[in-house]
Every structure is written in C-alpha cells, then in structure tokens.
Write a protein that binds this ligand. Structure first.
Ligand SMILES: NC(=O)c1ccc[n+]([C@@H]2O[C@H](COP(=O)([O-])OP(=O)(O)OC[C@H]3O[C@@H](n4cnc5c(N)ncnc54)[C@H](OP(=O)(O)O)[C@@H]3O)[C@@H](O)[C@H]2O)c1
Length: 226
C-alpha cells in the first residue's frame, strides 16, 4: 500500500462507475471531485457519497463541480463517461499536464449480448483516443473490468485485480496506487497503452458471465506472488 494521497477529478462522476470509484478512492483517503455537465447534479451525488462514507476514519473529502472545474483543481482525472460522446468531451476538457485514467469501455449490445466496438479499424481504443485528443496529458487505462455494483457494496475490498496499461510508468503508478483503495492491493502493470484494445472489450466477456451465472464477476491474475 502507498501513503501517497491524490486529488482525483471524476468526469462522469454522477454515473454508477464514477460514483462508485469516487466512493472507494475517498474511502482510501484520497480527495475526490465528482464532475458532471451540471454542477448541481454533481453536488447532489457528492452528498450521497459523503453520506455513504459515514465519516469513515481517514476518508478524503468529496465535492462536486462542473467537469472543467473539477479537472482544473486536480492532478489526476478519471474518465468515467460512456464512449458515445467521449471524444467531444475529452477534447473540451483542460487536460494538459494531468494524469488521465480511462475506464471507458466502448461496448455495444445486440440480441447476442454485449460485445466490443471496433475502434479505429481495430487499431485503437477509447484510452488511445483520449491520448490523441489530449496530447499534453498522460493517459493510462485502468478499472475497465471492475463492476459498479461491487464498488457501492459493503465489502471492504473487491476480490479482484485492476490491470493498468500505459506508456508512462509514473502515470501507471498513480492508477496502481489508487487501485489499492478498491482491491486492497496495488494494481498490476499490464503493459503499454495500446493493450487497452484488449482490456476494454474484455468487459463484454464479464457481462456475459454475469448474465449466465447471475453474479458480478471480476478478474484475478495469478502467479504474481513472488
Ligand atoms: N457501470 C459499470 O459497471 C462499468 C464497469 C466498468 C467500466 N465502465 C465504464 O465506465 C464508464 C461509465 O459507466 P457508467 O455506467 O457510470 O455510465 P453512465 O451512467 O451511462 O454515464 C456516466 C455519466 O457520464 C455522463 N455522460 C453521459 N453521456 C455523456 C455525454 N455524451 N457527454 C458527457 N458526459 C456524459 C453523465 O453525467 P452527467 O449527466 O452528470 O454529465 C453520466 O452520469 C463507461 O465508459 C463504462 O463502459 C462501467
């Protein structure tokens, strides 16, 4: 576990994934600003998270703000918005100099269930799009496979691993640190940013497992004990 505490802006912080990750980060002692297109909505959801924290020992502060204001006050930005509209939003945010974590899964659903969307003809991913649209930010991918339902539940930690991908080690370290608030152990360095092309659509497999077995499945990586 790390002692480093971050201030994290959660873009799309009013949705289940952003709210859930914001709650876990705050519970782990990090300060969180939930972002929204509507500041008032963000403030209402922030109050809900504060209530959920119930004055937990060592919890970070939680507030709400319009997305650009949330970004301006933080060094770390989590993108937790749907893929539809993602590019326009990312291009509009003041992300230069920030460490940006994307958990965005470009998924589609049809009669056969969830599946990954093909991004840039198979040569891209949401995380890589974010990096292209915000070249002065450092983008990493993480938290793609963590279910919002589990994040909001009572278990102290989720029994799963967070895989982090990116091209800059220092930025990956930030996401790996934050993962400890969610799983009780640091995230796992999964390699370069382009591997988001594998992590993002893999969530479709977990959704399929969830439907089949009526569970909230997650990923565990074995063999790292030494
Ligand atoms: N849900 C999960 O279990 C889960 C698990 C892993 C990864 N993810 C990924 O995490 C991301 C968020 O998931 P979610 O289920 O929380 O999504 P969501 O509820 O559909 O959306 C999250 C928030 O994004 C904002 N938003 C929606 N459309 C937007 C647009 N066109 N432009 C800007 N902001 C927009 C909304 O906030 P405002 O209206 O307040 O602006 C909304 O509350 C997705 O990419 C998803 O694939 C989700």
């Amino acid at each position: 576990m790390t002692d480093t505490k971050y201030t994290v802006a959660v873009i799309g912080g009013t949705g289940p994934q952003g709210k859930g990750l914001g709650y876990r980060f705050a519970k782990g002692g990090h300060d969180v600003v939930l972002g929204s297109r509507a500041a008032e909505k963000a403030e209402t959801v922030a109050e809900e998270v504060v209530e959920r924290l119930g004055g937990a020992d060592g919890a970070g502060r939680v507030g709400g703000a319009a997305n650009p204001d949330a970004v301006a006050g933080c060094d770390v930005v989590l993108l937790a918005v749907p893929y539809d509209g993602h590019d326009e939003l990312v291009a509009s945010l003041p992300l230069a100099g920030k460490t940006v974590i994307s958990c965005v899964n470009p998924l589609a659903f049809d009669k056969r269930g969830a599946h990954g969307k093909v991004i840039d003809g198979g040569e891209g991913s949401a995380a890589e799009s974010a990096q292209r649209l915000a070249p002065e930010a450092t983008v990493v991918g993480a938290f793609h496979n963590v279910s919002a339902v589990g994040l909001w539940e009572d278990a102290e930690y989720l029994d799963e691993d967070v895989i982090v991908v990116g091209d800059v080690v220092e930025a990956k370290e930030v996401a790996m640190d934050l993962a400890a608030s969610v799983t009780g152990r640091r995230g796992i360095d999964g390699g370069k940013l382009r591997l988001a092309r594998q992590l993002e659509p893999f969530t479709a497999v977990l959704i399929s497992i969830n439907r089949k077995y009526k569970v909230h499945s997650g990923l565990r990586i074995t063999g790292l004990e030494h």
